[in-house]
Each structure stands twice: as C-alpha cells, then as structure tokens.
Design a protein around this ligand. Structure first.
Ligand code: HEM
Ligand SMILES: *[C@@H]1O[C@H](CO)[C@@H](O)[C@H](O)[C@H]1NC(C)=O
Ligand SMILES: *[C@@H]1O[C@H](CO)[C@@H](O)[C@H](O)[C@H]1NC(C)=O
Ligand SMILES: *[C@@H]1O[C@H](CO)[C@@H](O)[C@H](O)[C@H]1NC(C)=O
Ligand SMILES: *[C@@H]1O[C@H](CO)[C@@H](O)[C@H](O)[C@H]1NC(C)=O
Ligand SMILES: *[C@@H]1O[C@H](CO)[C@@H](O)[C@H](O)[C@H]1NC(C)=O
Length: 340
C-alpha cells in the first residue's frame, strides 16, 4: 500500500530548527485508505458521486492517457480545457477530488487520485464484488483541450463500427467495449444525450412502452429539475415501480432492490430494448456482441471479474501528449499557472 512519509520531511525540518523530537508526531498518511474513506463517505451522503467518479476514470484515461487532464480548469496554453467539451456534459466529482487532494498533499498526483477514487467507487457500489488493485505513480499532464476530448471520446449517437474503431485506437477489443458499457448500470444522462432515440426520424429501436413512459417522465423532470435538458436515470432498474410497470420491464434475474448498484443489470435492460443510448442499443446489432451481452446477463460473476480486469487496463493507459509532467499542487491548474 502506498504511503507518504511526511515523517521524513518533518524530521529534516526539525533538524534545521533544532526542535525537540518529542514535539511533533510524524504521521504517515495512508494514501489508499484516505481515498477509500473519502469516497465511501461522499457516496453515503450523495450516491450520484460514485457514478461520476467511475465515468471520470474513462474520460481522463481515454484522452492523453491517465494524466489528470480532465480535472484542469486552466492550462498554460489558455485554450478551453476538456471540461468544456460537449462530450463531457454532466461530468462531475471534481470537488471530491479537490477534497481528497487537500488530505494527501503534494506527493500524490491528481491522476492517481482519479484512478483510485473510481476504483473505490466501483468497489463500494458493487458491494465489494468489483475489487481490483491498480499501481500508483502516475504524473499529471499540462495539456487539456476541449476539442481533443470531443474528437477522442465516443458519442452516444455512434454506430457500432464507430464504437469499435474508437476502442481499437486504444487497443481495446469489441468485447471490452461490451464489458465497459456495463458501467451504464448506474448514473444519469441528460435528455440531450439520448433525445435522438425519442424522435421518429432518428430513433433506433427502443421498446415502445418504455419510450412512452420515458417521454412522460421527461416532462415531469423538466418541471421538477426546472430545465429543458433534465437528467434521467440510465438504468430502468433505478426507476420507480410505476415506471417499470408502465414500461413492461421484465425484472427476471434483476436484483431490483439494489437500486444504484454497479452490476450486470445493464445487460438485462439492453436485451429488452430498454436503455437510453443508441451506443448501448447498437451493440445488439452484432451477433458476437449480442452473445457476449447475453453471457454477461446470465453470469453476474463473470461480468464483475471482467469489468474489474478491464478497469485495470483502462487505469494503466499511459500518459501522452504533454511536454512536461508534474505532481500538481491544485488539481484544477498546472503548477506553472498557480496564482494566476
Ligand atoms: C462506449 C462508449 C460510451 C459512450 C458513447 C458513453 C456515453 C455516455 C453518455 C452520453 C452519458 C451521459 C452524459 C450526460 O448526458 O450527462 C454517459 C454517462 C455515464 N457513463 Fe458512459 N459512455 C460510454 C462508455 C462508458 C465507459 C467505458 C464508462 C466507464 C467505465 C462509462 C461510464 C458512465 C457512467 C458511470 C455514466 C453516468 C455518469 C453520472 O451519472 O454522473 N461510460 N455515458
Ligand atoms: C493490447 O490489449 C491486449 C488485450 O487486453 C493486451 O494483452 C496487450 O498487452 C495490449 N497491448 C498494448 C500494446 O497495450
Ligand atoms: C427530429 O429529428 C429531425 C432530424 O434530425 C429534426 O429535424 C427534428 O427537428 C427533430 N424533431 C424533434 C421534435 O426534435
Ligand atoms: C415492448 O415490450 C412489450 C413487453 O415486453 C412488448 O409486448 C412489445 O411488443 C414491445 N414493443 C416494442 C415496440 O418493442
Ligand atoms: C401496471 O401496468 C398495467 C398496464 O400495463 C396497468 O393496468 C396497471 O394499473 C399498472 N399497475 C401499477 C401499479 O402501476
Ligand atoms: C460464470 O463465470 C465464471 C467466471 O468466468 C465461471 O467460473 C463460471 O463457470 C460461470 N458460470 C456459469 C454458470 O457459466
């Protein structure tokens, strides 16, 4: 387990200042335990932050590798950072990353915090069934571009071939695309990310009862969330009993009590045409991907294991594209820009 030995720093300070050894207690900060505690407490008070942290790993590591670039508000180049990308709509978890950073100080990179926090969210939201180790030692980059994030991240309107190509560029297989998409068992989406599915000119097959229930709920959400682009829950499992009944949702094999859980219920929903994104649905158009989805639907353990292994692979994508790497003092700005 990674430890930051603040003791050594305190000791040398004491030698310089000739202070008494008994005066200060040099505490080791246990990095991974600190991240885990902060993540679990945050999810307990705000369940939605867990989904945000898991998505953050994907959106950080896919663009320039795992380098904390998704966290930046400002870079030396002054261009719009990844946060401003259209594909990053709804991205969240930043203030929790700041809180964790404030507890860990200057020897832990923001990139490591993103990877550890996503890992701990996955473990917590799966009731401990998705548990994996990832190495530490990532460095933070100084490049972050909204245009690059929009060019590199996959979109919910992609065709199957586009999704496959997108994953292949990062050396991820079609099966790994199927596995990681299972993360859509949790969290929420904005209407703008799935409205193509509700429009007769652009719609890809979606169960009609589900679509009608969704359209009605969207109107209710526009009022209660007071916006024309409200969010809906990604997983029909997390919707009300009335919504599920109105949609004709078949709950066979789904643990409906486990609302908000990261599990294989995404495959049940997808194979019933009751998912939000076209990018989810299109995987059904491929015989091999459809078969893999059926396998994951029928074998929860297999998905837990394969999801964990693929998250490890994602968390190891090497940083690229920066001329210089550092451990940021503040996850939102490069060290060169501190104080601006
Ligand atoms: C395969 C291509 C993918 C596409 C096209 C896609 C697209 C999207 C979109 C459009 C949203 C909703 C954003 C919004 O409107 O607020 C979303 C949410 C989400 N995605 Fe994906 N995604 C993909 C893969 C992944 C992967 C690989 C992961 C993680 C391993 C992931 C995890 C999530 C999570 C957890 C949410 C919910 C976030 C929250 O509630 O804060 N997605 N995704
Ligand atoms: C590509 O992915 C495969 C399968 O996950 C892995 O075994 C291999 O090491 C990866 N290659 C590179 C160059 O990352
Ligand atoms: C449906 O999609 C078509 C084609 O993109 C667009 O012209 C039309 O405005 C959309 N209708 C609604 C109600 O959003
Ligand atoms: C929607 O699902 C219901 C219940 O499973 C089914 O009877 C109906 O045929 C489906 N309709 C469409 C258009 O998928
Ligand atoms: C469930 O749906 C059926 C029609 O599909 C409806 O008759 C019934 O009232 C619904 N029950 C609840 C509890 O919403
Ligand atoms: C489910 O997957 C696990 C892990 O891959 C495997 O060991 C087990 O045999 C599978 N169970 C069934 C019923 O196929």
């Amino acid at each position: 387990m990674a430890k930051v030995n603040t003791g050594a720093a305190l000791l040398s300070l004491c030698l310089l200042l000739a202070c008494s050894a008994g005066g200060t207690t040099a505490a080791d900060v246990d990095v991974e335990a600190t991240v885990r505690t902060e993540v679990e407490n945050a999810i307990k008070s705000n369940p939605g932050v867990g989904a945000a942290l898991i998505r953050l790993v994907f959106h950080d590591c896919w663009v320039n590798g795992c380098d904390g670039s998704v966290l930046l508000d400002q870079t030396p180049s002054g261009s719009n950072t990844e946060k401003k990308a259209i594909n990053n709509i709804g991205l969240d978890g930043f203030s929790l990353v700041d809180t964790i950073k404030s507890k860990l100080g200057n020897s832990v990179s923001c990139a490591d915090i993103v990877v550890f926090a996503g890992r701990d969210a996955a473990r917590y939201l799966s009731g401990g069934k998705i548990a994996y180790s990832v190495p530490s030692g990532r460095k933070d980059g100084i490049v972050s571009s909204a245009a690059a994030a929009d060019a590199i991240l996959p979109q919910s309107t992609f065709e199957f071939q586009q999704l496959k190509d997108n994953f292949a560029k990062k050396n991820f297989t079609q099966e790994e695309l199927v596995i990681l998409s299972g993360a859509h068992s949790i969290g929420v989406s904005h209407l703008s990310s799935f409205q193509d599915r509700l429009n007769d000119t652009t719609a890809t097959p979606i169960n009609d009862s589900y679509k009608q229930a969704l359209v009605a709920d969207i109107e209710a959400q526009k009022n209660s969330q007071n916006t024309q682009d409200p969010t809906e829950k990604n997983n029909i499992r997390d919707m009300s009993l009335k919504f599920q009944n109105d949609s004709g949702y078949d709950t066979t094999g789904v643990n409906t009590a486990a609302k908000g859980a990261l599990d294989n219920s995404y495959y049940h929903a997808n194979l019933q045409n009751r998912v939000l994104f076209k990018s989810d649905w299109v995987m059904r158009t491929d015989i091999k991907a459809g078969g893999d989805m059926a396998e994951y639907m029928n074998n929860a353990t297999k998905w837990n294991n394969d999801f964990a292994a693929t998250m490890v692979k994602l968390s190891k994508l090497p940083a690229e594209g920066s001329t210089h790497y550092e451990i940021r003092k503040n996850c939102r700005v490069t060290n060169q820009n501190q104080g601006f």
